[in-house]
Design a protein around this ligand. Sequence first.
Ligand code: HEC
Length: 126
Amino acid sequence: MRRTLAIAALLFSATAQAETPRDFLTRFEKEAGGAASAERGGRFFNSKQGGEWSCASCHTERPTQTGRHAKTDKAITPLAPAANAERFTDAAKVDKWFRRNCNDTANRLCSAQEKADVMAWLLALK
Ligand code: HEC
């Protein structure tokens, strides 16, 4: 009995820590108060939002492939979860880069709706 409890506790803490790309979609949709649109997300990702770059400038229009930093030319591993299991598993990382990259492309933070839409689009890529 005690062992079962210990295993259950372990399993629970493991799932409580690890976040999945779907968790982020759920979180952003909740914050936005509405459903995400993958189509809108793709449009947002691939077009300029007021700045010099779009998301695709660094992550490419097919983020299942390796990107390249528009300024430093450094390789960026694929952003789409289907091509990169490390993506969208760490809230601190996801929040930091959404903040930085939205500022770089739109000169402002992205709204929860925009993040939800981009998430839905990235999740739909195979
Ligand atoms: C100037 C280049 C550049 C642009 C433009 C850019 N990114 Fe990024 N992005 C990066 C780099 C560099 C990283 C961090 C390195 C890495 O994780 O590979 C990153 C990481 C991320 C991450 C972290 C994901 C994770 O869990 O690892 C997200 C989310 C992200 N970008 C979304 C976006 C979105 C959305 C846009 C458009 C609003 C965008 N990026 C535009 C360069 C860029």
